[in-house]
Design a protein around this ligand. Sequence first.
Ligand SMILES: *Cc1c(COP(=O)(O)O)cnc(C)c1O
Length: 406
Amino acid sequence: MAGDDKGGSPADWEVATRLVRGGTARSQFGETAEALFLTQSYVYDSAEGANARFAGEDPGFIYTRYGNPTVKMFEDRLALLEGAQACRAQASGMASIHLALMGLLKAGDHVVAGRCLFGSCRWILNTWAPRFGIETTFVDAPDVDAWRQAVRPNTKVFLIESPANPLLEITDIAAVSAIAHEAGAKVIVDNVFATPILQKPFQLGADVVVYSATKHIDGQGRVMGGAILGDTALIDEAYRDPIRHTGPALSPFNAWVLLNGLVTLDLRVRAQSKTAADLADRIAGSQKIKALRYPGRPDHPQYEVARRQMTGGTNEMIGGGTLIAFDLGDQAAAFRFLNALELVDISNNLGDAKSMATHPTTTTHRAMTEEQRLEIGLTPGWVRVSVGLEGAHDLARDLERALDAA
Ligand SMILES: *Cc1c(COP(=O)(O)O)cnc(C)c1O
């Protein structure tokens, strides 16, 4: 079990050790690899045993919608990485965000969120939550004062995504969290773009951190998954029963894949972020690029904030992340660029070992109105590139050739 006395306390382990060994719970067979428990339910030694399990007196498993040993290994490993007391895993990142919001909200409540958000998160707040009497004010997220001005007496949640999709805007998580807490609201941080390696939202004031594990945590394009993390008291109070009774459970198979994804997360994210930084510097001067956004470059509008908070909890910026966005002027140029790529795939996914490029206006952000897109600065010339694990020279050659074609 994690927490046995061999090798010291997991809480004192280095990140690398947490990712390889955190959460591992061996069965009676002593397997080296984490076991895949494909089981829906569990059996009890006696009727009294079942009674105790259901009464919560015996902490064992009851039903995989409630919990599963392989899923728990993934949850415990991710919690250890994040430095959180508790983690609960879901079937997708959107199941996690939906749960994170709805567990803290009720009819009549108000949310403040950045207006640059992953498309489905925006849909939840724009279209879905109002059906249940929950209103949202969308703000210009880098403007700290805008968050303060949006607060109402019934504000219960701030939702922060930083860096945000698709133009990699940065929100000052510490400053905005302080405003939320003054107003008695909870802070949810969607930390997908930053990853748990580059940014530690709990150290900046977050109450709940949410991941799409589909992205960097898998990192190899295989399974969907998501997770919410926080203090045990909050996770139990806000989320335990909604998890049990609305059924967002992560499949044990997917948990097993993600558990193995975590093993190499630190290595992959650091390597991908370094290659992204090199590529951003290499192409920034291209005649074809009107503007380029990479949080690790001093010309990023919120570079100073990124430098302070993308430190992975250390004193120094670790990296600006694995994504780059740039404006090629118009949609025709963006399409010429994408169609000329030979190595990099055209795909809306991100955080993968394979580099991918997408045109947000016609894919991930097409559900927004043109007016909403213009409000966040998303014009049809923008392309978003997720940098993978390929060789930096091969990627540079591919991007440069495609830029020539744009
Ligand atoms: C992908 C993503 C999500 C949703 O995750 P899924 O696993 O696709 O459901 C939420 N937020 C951000 C920032 C994402 O990139």
